[in-house]
Design a protein around this ligand. Structure first.
Ligand SMILES: Nc1ncnc2c1ncn2[C@@H]1O[C@H](COP(=O)(O)OP(=O)(O)OP(=O)(O)O)[C@@H](O)[C@H]1O
Length: 893
């Protein structure tokens, strides 16, 4: 039990962000979570064992037994399970496209035969597989056939399946859903695999007719119809082969029905079997994770943290942060983007929501994508993109662009400057249109300035279009373009991320170098340099007004830039140490250096931020917002119209009484910010709150395989044994704690001393770094690339005596703060759980890295950059070789 093992035995803590409750079944809830380890969505099905009778307990146990050994592209994957007191938790694959029931019931027109065939193939393939393994599903129905957005079928809900010893064995229990029950079950006779074929026949019939096979609502009449009557005919628009399939699957005598294998061999399916098999493989390989999560490694103990994400918005008249209730109650946000008067958010389910806050009679021009010019004040889902999983969004002044999982780029709103990237579109586009140009160049990330767009493709090419004033497109001129234009990158650098200011553009390279172009007014690109102290020379500033090609921001060379943010008159970057550097206008104190004086070069922001790692950064019109590894959010600069989310004043010094030139904390309670975006006077942030943390001991398991029938029984006993409530297997921790996060979501600024007091400790809970939606202005990267981190974690441990354990706070620094033992935690509600948990050691890193001094950090950072560069070179060589081989083959050599 976890209480007996105060240390985590090398177990990897896993964080889950609560997304939403999917629904409740007879025994409990199915809850959707995002796993921060790899950003995947998973379902935790909670089964309340306390309410179950003996038979129902067996059924839920049965579901795990079956799920844990089946492994098929068209069956919901099982990842993990544990028992916590009277609740059984099962972690499984999430099917993000609803159920076949939803799809059939929302259809008004008959389906094309090829679509029916595609679904039928996948269901039959899943059935053939489980039947071969000796399992009858026993509850095949449209409600248990899950779908993914890309059109994959996932058979689920094995609650009442069971093994049959042999194909001839007959089951006797009366189970299933009446509409899909076979005649033999209705008659109380024994049944076998062929009952599943009957149910599949009913499902096929529903897909072809959009109605139930037998309609009677009176159970007796239904039973009679199933046993005696024939189903009504199927529309002649379907082929004879298809209609014949229904007939043979719904034969009253089970032995006359084809088996699933035989169905697959029939000409209708067999003729396109290979193609469909290949398609399933391709679609599945992009979405599927490894079957067992880190929690399931042998004897591991993990901390499972579930978090809730909330969106706060301020500015434009909203003087303090306002929580958008919709994203708290129903949907969990993953990325946000702010425009001049419109906003966008993407949920974990990859749905896009938009809303607006127009002021002073500003008209809407379709930038919300809802098909009209209404200004929806509350977030509304963009239904036109429902079938497209959207992973990133960016807002321009009055237009919006977003990227789907498959790299398609969609645009809507005003095309006045050609920012929609599609020639021949109306000036106002009210629903998303695809930017055709990128059909052959899948897009990774998009950034929008006020009137221009930058897109980064999967091949790491950069395209720009829209207004070219001040050379912001980096194309060597100030010309405007209404279609994407490829940008020449002067240095052979791999571009990692793109960022757009109002009339400026930045490209962030994997090497940590920053390239910029566009207007350098106030030195907001950071190009200006100053020479002073040279013999016989006066101090001189080299002022560059604008640049029309991307070039290196030289004053930042040597800083390993991880994050860049650009506002209207100023910009900022965060380096790999979490240091913040600002440049541009300081009229409103937006550089955060404690005064309002113009600064000719790049300034490092210290003060209250010194000693913290800055993790996210966003720049608006005359103000800046940043968050740190200590979960504090700061704002500074111009406070007019609620830009700072609070009322700070350095009265009498700045240009107006609402300005502050120092970073000021704005949230009273601690929040982890995963994403932020500022534009004009608006700010949007996503703040994470820990809901609860559990320490759990995972069952002993290794990745499951399909066993030959003879070994099946033994293997299943092993799996079943692992959730027995015997002492060795008790997987829950008595110290499971639920955070009583009753602190107000937002409080006005505390006094800085209180905040400083909080900064003296760092939580000793280790949570894995979160991979974030890539957004130049918002995201923060892990200081150590994932491959290196993986290598470090998997490296062989060489015993090395250390006087005191080093607590590695991943959020704090690549190597932790000087290796000191942290002081005990004061009582802060959000951290009460952290206090309850034992300190987590990171033996691997502690042993691998003998000292935590700055040199080691610098060494590792430069090594990472170098390795990345080498990696890039290798990739290029491989590509060149592949090209050569292709050419040679083409020439017939
Ligand atoms: N893996 C999954 N992916 C997507 N949705 C799921 C998944 N598992 C369950 N759901 C959804 O969650 C809801 C609740 O599911 P659950 O399995 O708890 O109950 P049920 O199947 O509706 O009822 P019962 O288990 O009593 O038959 C259902 O709407 C179901 O569609």
């Amino acid at each position: 039990m976890a209480s007996d093992s105060p240390e985590l035995d090398g177990g990897i803590p896993i964080s889950y962000i609560f997304v939403r409750v999917l629904g409740s079944g007879a025994f409990g809830e199915a809850v959707l979570y995002q796993k921060t380890e790899d950003n995947s969505l998973v379902v935790w099905k909670e089964v309340n064992l306390g309410r179950l009778n003996e038979k129902q307990r067996r059924d839920s146990q049965n579901e795990i037994d079956i799920l844990s050994f089946v492994n098929h592209a068209n069956i919901i994957s099982y990842y993990n399970h544990f028992v916590d007191e009277d609740t059984l938790f099962i972690e499984m694959e999430y099917a993000n496209g609803g159920t076949l029931y939803d799809k059939v019931s929302s259809c008004t027109k008959l389906w094309p035969e090829k679509d029916v065939l595609w679904y039928l193939y996948q269901m039959t393939s899943a059935l053939a597989y489980i039947h071969q393994c000796g399992v009858i599903h026993r509850d095949i129905k449209t409600l248990n056939i899950f779908l993914t957005k890309v059109g994959l079928v996932k058979l689920g809900d094995f609650g009442i399946s069971r093994f049959l010893e042999s194909k001839n064995q007959m089951a006797e229990t009366l189970v299933g859903t009446p509409y899909y029950m076979s005649p033999e079950i209705m008659k109380g006779e024994k049944y076998n695999f062929q009952s599943d074929i009957w149910a599949l026949g009913c499902v096929l019939y529903e897909m072809l007719t959009l109605s139930r096979t037998f309609q009677a609502t009176n159970p007796l009449k239904l039973a009679l119809d199933i046993v005696k009557s024939d189903h009504t005919g199927i529309n002649k628009c379907y082929s004879d082969g298809m209609r014949n399939l229904v007939d043979i699957m719904l034969r009253k005598k089970p032995e006359e029905r084809p088996t699933a294998e035989e169905l697959l061999a029939r000409p209708l399916l067999a003729s396109s079997l290979l193609k469909m098999e290949q398609k399933v493989y391709e679609l599945n390989s992009t979405t599927r994770r490894t079957r067992l999560s880190a929690a399931s490694t042998s004897n591991s103990v993990s901390v499972v943290t579930s978090k809730m994400c909330e969106i706060y918005q301020w500015g434009g008249g909203k003087m303090t942060p306002q929580k958008l209730e919709m994203f708290t109650r129903e949907k969990s946000p993953m990325q946000v983007a702010a425009g001049h008067c419109h906003f966008a958010a993407i949920t974990f389910e990859k749905e896009l929501y938009t809303w607006a806050n127009p002021q002073g009679g500003v008209g809407m021009v379709g930038q919300l994508g809802h098909g009209d010019t209404a200004s929806y004040k509350a977030p509304k889902r963009v239904d036109a993109l429902l079938s497209m999983p959207v992973h990133q969004v960016a807002c321009g002044e009055d237009f919006t662009l977003c990227v789907s999982d498959d790299g398609a780029l969609y645009a809507f709103g005003s095309d006045y400057y050609g920012c929609l990237g599609c020639e021949g579109e109306d000036e106002e586009v009210l629903v998303p249109v695809v930017v055709d140009f990128f059909s052959d160049h899948p897009v990774l990330e998009v950034a929008c300035g006020d009137n221009h767009v930058i897109a980064l493709t999967h091949y790491r090419d950069v395209y720009t279009w829209g207004s070219g004033e001040f050379g912001r497109l980096g194309l060597g001129s100030e010309d405007d373009f209404n279609t994407p234009q490829k940008v020449d990158i002067p240095v052979k650098q791999q571009i990692k991320s793109v960022c757009a200011g109002s009339d400026s553009s930045f490209l962030l390279c994997s090497s940590g170098r920053l390239l910029a172009c566009g207007s350098n007014q106030f030195n907001k690109l950071g190009f200006n340099s100053q020479t002073s102290g040279l013999r016989k020379r006066k101090a001189k500033t080299f002022d560059i007004p604008h640049r029309d090609r991307f070039s290196t921001v030289k004053p930042l060379t040597g800083k390993n830039v991880m994050v860049v943010a650009a506002g209207k008159t100023h910009s900022g970057v965060i380096d790999s140490f979490g240091h913040l550097y600002m440049f541009g206008s300081n009229k409103f104190g937006q550089l955060g250096v404690g005064d309002f004086k113009a600064r000719p070069g790049v300034c490092r922001v210290g003060g209250v931020l010194a000693g913290q790692r800055v993790e996210t950064l966003a720049c608006g019109d005359g103000f800046t917002v940043a968050s740190t590894n200590e979960n504090q959010i700061y704002s500074w600069g111009n406070g007019e119209s609620g830009r700072l989310g609070a009322n700070f004043t350095d009265q009498g010094i700045g240009p107006n009484s609402m300005c502050t030139a120092f970073p000021r904390p704005i949230f009273g309670s601690m929040h982890l910010v995963s994403c932020m975006s500022c534009r004009h006077w608006n700010t949007l942030i996503i703040a994470e709150k820990v809901l609860n943390q559990k320490t759990l001991k995972s069952r002993v398991s290794s990745p499951k395989q399909i066993w030959p029938p003879s070994e099946k029984k033994v293997a299943l006993q092993t799996v079943a044994g692992s959730i027995d409530s015997g002492p060795d297997d008790e997987p829950h921790a008595p110290e499971d704690a639920v955070s009583s996060d009753t602190s107000s979501d937002f409080a006005l600024p505390e006094d800085i001393a209180a905040v400083d007091a909080k900064r003296e400790f760092s939580p000793d809970v280790f949570t894995p770094p979160r991979s974030r939606p890539s957004s130049a202005s918002t995201g923060r990267g892990s200081p150590i690339p994932s491959w290196l981190e993986k290598e470090l974690n998997e490296a062989e441990v060489i015993p090395f005596p250390t006087p005191s354990p080093i607590v590695w706070d991943k959020n704090a620094h690549p190597l932790g703060p000087k290796g000191e033992k942290p002081s005990p935690l004061p009582h802060v509600p959000e951290l009460s759980v952290a206090n309850a948990l034992p300190p987590i050691k990171s033996p691997d890193l502690k042993l691998l890295i003998p000292s935590n001094d700055a040199e080691t950090v610098a060494f590792l950072t430069s090594r990472v950059a170098k390795l990345e560069e080498e990696n890039l070179k290798l990739k290029q060589t491989v590509e060149e070789q592949a090209e050569l081989i292709k050419k040679l083959r083409g020439d017939g050599v």
